[in-house]
Design a binder for this molecule. Structure first.
Ligand SMILES: [Fe+2]
Ligand SMILES: [Fe+2]
Length: 295
């Protein structure tokens, strides 16, 4: 337990995060960095960036509600303190992605309308399954849903977006890299804390696996909406960037070149990566991954 106490203490958090990789940043990036002109000036690219960023805000708002809600039902003070740092991380994520919407030209008084207009209904359902457990004060299910499922998904989505943006949009890529570092800490806590609790309460396993299955279904449906239904927008954005002579350097992520993959390949590399992570992490805490129906 003492390693656990150290790794997840507020002191460690202060040194590695605010006094570490976030030092000298503003809203998660170099204070002078700006969105690329092409994104700001082209209506299709701007709209696509707004829509993608709204999904991040929706996911992070759910993470904020979940991590703060879990503090009071955590069974020990080490977990409560860690969740307090996580709550601040998630509030920061909400803030920096909301700030990106403002940077993309969303007006402050339009924010909630823009979010409800673009929020993917499947992502909203994904969050509802988790928050229902949190609202009941179910620490075990809440931590699996938040720190393994939601954050396992967020981690891979952010990494994929980071690979796509590292040359094209360094400002956004830097914002994502600080977020990825935070998510890595959150996922680590989930694995470390829940494994031992599940050993004490094996009777909870099947119900928690059922939640994972439901959340996974809504997650895959969200990916399907993004890569199948919005396929036109993805192709159109790529054509505009090519026409403008934008960066077409290949960006290989988990074996797929994101700069040239079609949307079906993009959906499959993301889904396969996230599901692979779920299987590994769930196995580490003693749960068996449950495959949902294919959306
Ligand atoms: Fe987050
Ligand atoms: Fe997180």
């Amino acid at each position: 337990m003492s390693d656990f106490l150290n790794a997840y203490s507020i002191q460690t958090w202060l040194e590695s995060c605010p006094q570490g990789y976030l030092e000298h940043t503003a809203f998660g990036h170099d204070p002078d960095a700006k969105e690329p002109n092409l994104v700001l000036e082209n209506p299709t690219l701007r709209e696509d960036s707004i829509s993608g960023t709204v999904q991040l805000v929706v996911g992070e708002r759910a993470a904020l509600a979940a991590s703060s809600g879990l503090i009071n039902c955590a069974p020990d003070y080490a977990s409560k303190r860690f969740l307090a740092t996580q709550t601040l991380d998630e509030a920061r994520h909400v803030e920096i992605f909301t700030q990106r919407l403002y940077d993309l030209g969303v007006k402050k008084d339009e924010l909630e309308d823009v979010i409800s207009q673009h929020a993917n209904p499947n992502l909203v359902k994904f969050a509802e399954v988790l928050l229902e457990k949190v609202d009941k004060g179910d620490f075990l299910a809440g931590v699996v849903g938040q720190n393994i499922v939601l954050e396992g998904m967020a981690f891979s989505v952010f990494e994929m977006m980071h690979a796509s943006n590292v040359d094209a949009n360094p400002k956004f890529a830097q914002t994502l890299s600080g977020t990825i570092a935070d998510e890595r800490r959150h996922v680590g806590f989930g694995e470390n804390r829940i494994g031992s609790l599940l050993v004490e309460q094996p009777e909870r396993k099947s119900e928690i696996e059922q939640m994972q299955k439901e959340m996974t279904y809504h997650m895959l449906a969200t990916f399907a909406d993004r890569f199948r239904a919005d396929n036109g927008a993805i192709e159109e954005s790529r054509r505009i960037i090519q026409k403008a002579g934008g960066d077409q350097k290949s960006q290989v992520w988990h074996g797929t070149d994101l700069a040239n993959a079609d949307s079906e390949q993009m959906e499959s590399v993301l889904a396969n990566t996230v599901l692979g992570e779920f299987k590994t992490r769930l196995a580490r805490i003693g749960l068996e991954y449950q495959a949902p129906a294919q959306p």
